[in-house]
Design a protein around this ligand. Structure first.
Ligand code: 8YV
Length: 328
């Protein structure tokens, strides 16, 4: 490409080092504050820039893409999941989409284990007791949780993050089971000591902990629907660090309230920040504000990936993290 710098719009504020480097390389407009961009502002940005750097709070659908200017050639998403972008329509309009896979794997897997432990060992309940100043001292029968060692973990979605969860879970003594669109290669399965279930229903009914680690696509929407949630053992717990849409949140809430599922650890919600208020009332539920990949290191590495993808595009080469529509 020519000497003229690419015009890049980032919809949200990014870590300072990322913004600085981005501004050195390109002609950058940063989100005015840290709130999500309005649809109008997003449409205006897409009319006037060469590259858009959105994140999951920006819903880039066909209608918005139809208003994009001819200049817009790359959507370099700040994040791994691209379910908020209509990648197929973007492609048809000649707009490439890239993402940031790999750099948030360990952080998200760590958070999955943190949630499993928080729910089974009742960490938030203990914390609440201490913060309320009402703890009266140790007792042999107080605050008893469950031991995770020896329990069966069922991982739904055995991509990078699912496998990282499997490794951690094995270190905690859990037995790893998984369901995935494609069975892993025998060597990988053996290395992870993971048992494959072709039938998700059968796996769900046999595990003690379910972990959701698949992306949200049309075929994973409500994969954990009311019928499947009912297959879970009443003593089992479910954790989700992927996308809220994979679980029917209302059905889960009803079952948690009725004691038909023992607990849940949720970092993501079906309707974003509109969390079912009934979930908040339950002592056996740990809720987090989508912070699975929120480490300083991870956020900077995500930014570096975005920069590499834009720079590679600028240099006229194939993007290292090109999202192809069939991946969705
Ligand atoms: C990020 C995520 O925080 O990358 C993803 O898909 O869900 C996250 O953990 C988010 O994407 C930032 O845009």
């Amino acid at each position: 490409m020519g000497a003229k710098k690419l015009s890049v719009v980032a919809t949200r504020r990014l870590p300072e080092v990322v913004e600085t480097r981005m501004s050195e390389l390109f002609d950058v407009t940063l989100g005015p504050d840290d709130g999500p961009m309005s649809r109008e502002a997003l449409a205006a940005a897409m009319r006037n820039c060469d590259v858009l750097v959105p994140c999951l709070s920006d819903h880039i659908d066909g209608a918005l893409l139809a208003q994009a200017g001819d200049r817009l050639k790359l959507i370099a998403n700040y994040g791994a999941g691209v379910d908020h972008i209509d990648v197929a329509t973007a492609r048809q309009r000649g707009i490439l989409v890239s993402n940031t896979p790999g750099v948030l794997t360990d952080d998200t897997a760590d958070m999955t284990l943190a949630l499993i432990l928080a729910v089974t060992r009742r960490i938030p309940e203990g914390l609440a007791l201490m913060q309320a100043g009402t703890w009266k001292g140790w007792s042999p029968t107080a605050m008893m949780g469950g031991r995770i060692s020896g329990r069966r973990l069922g991982i739904l979605g055995m991509g990078r993050i699912g496998q990282a969860v499997a490794r951690r879970a094995a270190a905690f003594g859990m037995q790893v089971h998984y369901h995935n669109r494609h069975r892993l290669r025998p060597e990988t399965e053996a290395e992870l000591e993971a048992t494959y279930w072709e039938s998700l229903d059968q796996m769900v009914s046999r595990v003690d902990v379910m972990s959701i680690n698949c992306p949200h696509t049309p075929s994973t929407f409500h994969l954990m629907n009311a019928r499947r949630l009912k297959l879970m053992k009443p003593t089992a717990v479910i954790v989700n660090t992927s996308r809220g849409e994979v679980i029917d949140e209302n059905a889960l809430t009803r079952m948690l309230r009725a004691g038909e599922i023992a607990g849940a650890g949720l970092d993501v919600f079906e309707h974003g920040a509109e969390v079912n208020p009934r979930l908040r009332e339950l002592p056996n539920v740990v809720l987090l504000p989508h912070m699975g990949s929120a480490t300083v290191e991870g956020r900077i590495e995500m930014g570096e990936k975005v920069l590499i993808n834009i720079k590679t595009f600028d240099d006229g080469h194939r993007l290292p993290d090109l999202v192809i529509p069939s991946m969705q």
